[in-house]
Design a protein around this ligand. Structure first.
Ligand SMILES: *Cc1c(COP(=O)(O)O)cnc(C)c1O
Length: 360
């Protein structure tokens, strides 16, 4: 569809397509990398209490208490922490704040597909660099003859949808390659075994690290994301945010997110459970003939040498198991499978085994 009422950019956009959120119950939902475990009981208790007072007032526009909690958690100053309505919003603000330079933004060819969408929205040309053998990133490839020839660099670490993580030495190399440009490191999955770049913030004025509470803290429904960097970067994000929406985090999101950081024991239990299930699931899929990329996330990226990925995804759906399949060059034979509870992982393996028993 198109319309003469639209601003010209609207017709050019290629919006992100989120994974299906089915309305029917009893599906084993392994398609959007949510946490299979509910939020901490402390989060629920805090939310219930918060419901009873103050919803008639605007929330704190600066989310000060939440930011203070996050800063203390990471050993940062309050002014080094920015929060937004999901990390997608934080990423969007960062693209506008740092990458609208009239120059191409460097990113791997296979990564979180929202990055290209923001480029379209903000008129930023994307320059993609192919991942190497085994869908691995060689950071030296994210380089231009002149460091000023690009608007910046964005990487997800660990990467999505491959699940593969980079060591911190690689992130440092990237930061040194682009001393005058922002290097945005999206650590949506870092709590499942990756190495966080947050300790590098004090040494690198060009580093912006983005986190989300949607995956490791079981709060995809609350919509809270975080950016961390030196004050001058956070100030830019605040200027964008305060020119867009004074209150991106409602009161419940602020107190619920803060409570999630306060229950460290629950957080550690959940992520350890996911990591444990991931390792078991990887081995089971390998036993069934899959090639499984080494994951440091809460999902597995795998392909079967004899079976078409789209057909497998469709067969799984008929068996009430949802996984994600991307019809994209180079990865159209892979499935991205979120790590569920042990029972959900077993249901997936049983359904896969059934499908593999059928004739090709
Ligand atoms: C899930 C995800 C996000 C978005 O997280 P929200 O905080 O829910 O918006 C950002 N980046 C990557 C790589 C993700 O996988």
């Amino acid at each position: 569809m198109t319309s003469s009422f639209w601003s010209p950019v609207v017709g050019t956009l290629k919006p992100y397509v989120p994974g299906e959120q089915p309305r029917v119950a009893n599906l084993v939902k392994l398609n959007t990398n949510e946490n299979p475990y509910p939020p901490s009981p402390w989060v629920l208790k805090t939310l219930e209490a918060a419901l009873r007072t103050g919803l008639e007032r605007y929330p704190d526009p600066e989310s000060t208490e939440l930011r203070r909690t996050i800063a203390a958690h990471h050993g940062l100053q309050l002014g080094e922490v920015f929060v937004g309505n999901g990390s997608d919003e934080v990423l969007a603000h960062a693209f506008q704040a740092f990458f609208q330079q009239g120059l191409p933004l460097l990113m791997p060819d296979i990564t979180y597909s929202f990055y290209a969408v923001y480029c379209g929205l903000y008129g930023i040309p994307a320059k993609t660099v192919p991942l190497r053998e085994g869908l691995r990133l060689q950071v030296a490839d994210l380089q231009e003859p002149s460091a000023e020839a690009v608007a910046g660099v964005v990487v997800a670490n660990p990467n999505a949808p491959t699940g593969i993580g980079l060591p911190l030495s690689d992130i440092e190399q990237l930061l040194r390659q682009h001393p005058n440009r922002v290097v945005l490191v999206d650590e949506a999955y870092v709590d499942f075994g990756g190495q966080s770049a947050v300790p590098l913030i004090e040494h690198y004025p060009n580093l912006l690290v983005v986190h989300t509470l949607s995956k490791s803290r079981s709060l995809a429904g609350l919509r809270v994301g975080v950016a961390m960097g030196q004050r001058h970067l956070v100030e830019a994000l605040e200027r964008i945010k305060n020119s867009f929406n004074s209150y991106p985090l409602d009161k419940l999101a602020q107190v619920g997110a803060q409570a999630a950081y306060e229950d460290q024991a629950y957080f550690d239990r959940c992520r350890q459970a996911v990591i444990h299930s991931r390792e078991g699931l990887s081995l089971q899929l390998e036993d069934l003939g899959f090639e499984v990329l080494p994951s440091q996330t809460n999902f597995i990226f795998a392909r079967h040498p004899q079976r078409d990925a789209a057909a497998l995804a469709a067969g799984l759906r008929e068996r009430a198991v949802l996984v994600r399949h991307f019809r994209l060059p180079r990865i159209e034979q892979f499935l991205r499978i979120s790590v569920g509870t042990p029972d959900q992982c077993q249901a997936l393996v049983d359904a896969v085994r059934e499908l593999l028993a059928l004739p090709v």
